[in-house]
Design a protein around this ligand. Structure first.
Ligand SMILES: [Zn+2]
Length: 157
């Protein structure tokens, strides 16, 4: 692990880096500052060092609304990254519109959702309806020999 040199809170995973590898700068999910991780030492005993680049990202809250009637509103904890720092407000908004409306998978937005609003309710219990439980994750090859464990119900409606 390498600790963010600015906030000293976020830990970057570095064990996947090889000796001599330069992964480019990473932005801290806590404070937004960018750091550069370098791997020195030797292949057998890599030494990880981390230093601030001087660049930073700024936290922004993005509000998205589904095209359903009534709409569901999602508030996302997102970032204005360093590569957008010189964008005019209009260009930044247009780039964000393209990203959220056309480019990124809606599922990606759910991972950074901070608040979900339905008909004005910021904690809309009952919004979701359980439809089905299956063994395994979508991207896994399902093991047909797995049996449903005790206490796991299989629901399909
Ligand atoms: Zn940080």
């Amino acid at each position: 692990m390498a600790i963010c040199p600015h906030c000293k809170k976020h830990e970057f995973g570095v064990s996947h880096l090889s000796f001599g590898e330069r992964p480019g700068s990473w932005h801290c999910d806590v404070c937004g500052y960018y750091s550069l991780v370098t791997v020195s030492g030797s292949k057998a005993n890599p030494i990880y060092s981390i230093e601030l680049t001087g660049e930073r990202a700024y936290p922004i809250t993005v509000t998205l609304e589904t095209r359903t009637v009534p709409p569901v509103i999602f508030k996302l904890n997102a970032w204005k990254y360093a590569h957008s720092k010189n964008d005019s407000p209009e260009k930044f908004v247009e780039n964000q519109r393209y990203y959220y409306e056309e480019s990124t998978c809606p599922t990606n937005c759910l991972m950074i959702t901070e608040q979900l609003i339905f008909e004005g309710d910021k904690d809309p219990h009952g919004l979701f309806q359980l439809k089905k439980i299956e063994i395994g994750h979508i991207d896994q090859n399902k093991d047909e020999t797995l049996e449903i464990g005790a206490g796991i119900a299989q629901i399909e409606s």
